[in-house]
Write a protein that binds this ligand. Structure first.
Ligand code: 5GP
Ligand code: MN
Length: 331
C-alpha cells in the first residue's frame, strides 16, 4: 500500500476523522493539523478526535482552526465517520479509550506511521515507513505525490512534527530526505524561530522547576553505560504542569559520556509505572520495551508496566543491565 492509496480515500463529501496516540506529541498533533489544512484545502470535512487532551504547548497549532478538535465528543464523531485516519501509531492498543470504537467503526481505517512492527488495526490502506523521521515527513511526501498544495499553515504544522520527533534535527532519524522535506516546508513560509519559541520557549515556570527536581534523582552506572532519572511522586501537581512538560528530561541522562541507555520512570494512573527509554549507538530499546508490552523506535521507546515504581524499576533496570552487558550484580 502506498501514499496514493491513502490519498485516494481522502476526498470531499466524506466525513474524515483523524486520530493519534494517547498523550499526543508534536508529531501526532503536527501531523493531524497539517493534514487538516491540506484536506480543508481540498474542501473535505475533517475533524480531530484524540483519546487524550492536547498539551498546552501545542495549542497554537489549533488557534486558526476553531472547532476542529472534537476530542470531547470523540466516540460520537468516530461513529459518524466515513473514514478514520490513524496517525503516528499502527496499533489499537495505543488509542486508549478510543481503541474499541475504532476497532468496531466498520469503515476504512487508513494509517500513516513510521514505527517499526506491523500492529493491529481494522482494514484500510497503510502508508508506513520506519525510515521516516516523523509521521509529518510522510504526510509532506503524500501531499507531494497526490499533488495537494502545501499551504503556509500545513507547512508549519508538519515542520513542528519534524522538529519535535528529531529533537531539533539532532537525532539519528534525521536523514537527507528529512532535511529535504524540512527545506521544502521552510520554503513554503515557515518561520523557524517562531516555531522554536512556540514549542520550546513558552513554558510554564513549573517546567524548569520540575526538571530541576527530576535531575536531582539521577543515577549513573558507568560499568553498564546506564543512567536513569525518576519523577518524584506528586511533583507534576506541585509544579502545576502536565506529563508533556517532561519532554526532553530523559535526554539529560542520555547526554552523559559513556551512557548507552537512559531511562525515565514515572508513576501513572491505574497502578502502572511508565518508562521512557533512549539509547545511543546500537542498543535497541524498542526490543527491550516490547518485552514488557511497549514499543517505539530503536533509539526511543516507551512502555507502561503494571506495578509500583520500586518493583518496575528493579525489574527493568535488571533487564537493561543484562542487555548492556558487564557484570550483573543480583540483589
Ligand atoms: P516517550 O518515551 O517519549 O513517551 O516515547 C518514545 C517513543 O516510544 C514514542 O515514539 C512512542 O511511539 C513509543 N512509546 C511510548 N510509550 C509507549 C507505550 O506505552 N507503548 C508503545 N507501544 N510505545 C510507546
Ligand atoms: Mn512520531
Amino acid at each position: 500500500m502506498s501514499a496514493l492509496d491513502v490519498a485516494a480515500l481522502l476526498v470531499p463529501g466524506k466525513r474524515i476523522c483523524l486520530t493519534t496516540h494517547v498523550n499526543p506529541d508534536g508529531d501526532g498533533l503536527g501531523s493531524e493539523v497539517g493534514l487538516v489544512h491540506l484536506l480543508r484545502g481540498l474542501g473535505a470535512d475533517v475533524a480531530i478526535t484524540n483519546p487524550t487532551a492536547t498539551p498546552d504547548r501545542y495549542d497554537f497549532l489549533f488557534a486558526d482552526i476553531p472547532g476542529v478538535d472534537r476530542s470531547a465528543q470523540a466516540v460520537k464523531e468516530l461513529r459518524r465517520a466515513d473514514i478514520v485516519v490513524v496517525l503516528d501509531i499502527a496499533d489499537l492498543s495505543r488509542l486508549g479509550i478510543l481503541a474499541e470504537t475504532v476497532r468496531d467503526c466498520g469503515v476504512p481505517v487508513a494509517c500513516i506511521d513510521h514505527h517499526v512492527g506491523p500492529g493491529v488495526l481494522p482494514d484500510g490502506p497503510r502508508f508506513v515507513d520506519p525510515e521516516a523521521a516523523a509521521t509529518g515527513e510522510l504526510i509532506a511526501l503524500l501531499a507531494r505525490e497526490a499533488g495537494w498544495p502545501i499551504t503556509h499553515q500545513s507547512a508549519r504544522a508538519l515542520y513542528v512534527a519534524l522538529v519535535t520527533d528529531t529533537g531539533g534535527f539532532r537525532f539519528s532519524n534525521t536523514r537527507p530526505r528529512t532535511l529535504r522535506v524540512a527545506a521544502d516546508l521552510v520554503e513554503a513560509g515557515v518561520d523557524t524561530e517562531q516555531v522554536y519559541l512556540d514549542v520550546y520557549a513558552n513554558a510554564p515556570e513549573g517546567r524548569p522547576r520540575l526538571l530541576a527536581e527530576v535531575l536531582q534523582t539521577l543515577v549513573v552506572e558507568p560499568e553498564f553505560g546506564l543512567a536513569w532519572v525518576t519523577v518524584p511522586p506528586g511533583s507534576l501537581e506541585r509544579h502545576d504542569v502536565d506529563p508533556d512538560d517532561l519532554d526532553g528530561a530523559v535526554e539529560h541522562a542520555r547526554s552523559i559520556r559513556g551512557v548507552r541507555m537512559a531511562l525515565l520512570f514515572r508513576e501513572v494512573s491505574g497502578g502502572r509505572t511508565k518508562v521512557s527509554l533512549r539509547s545511543v549507538g546500537d542498543v535497541d530499546v524498542a526490543e527491550l520495551a516490547r518485552r514488557f508490552g511497549g514499543g517505539g523506535h530503536r533509539k526511543a521507546a516507551g512502555v507502561a508496566i503494571a506495578g509500583p515504581m520500586p518493583t518496575v524499576q528493579a525489574e527493568l533496570l535488571q533487564a537493561a543491565r543484562e542487555l548492556l552487558g558487564g557484570v550483573v550484580v543480583r540483589a
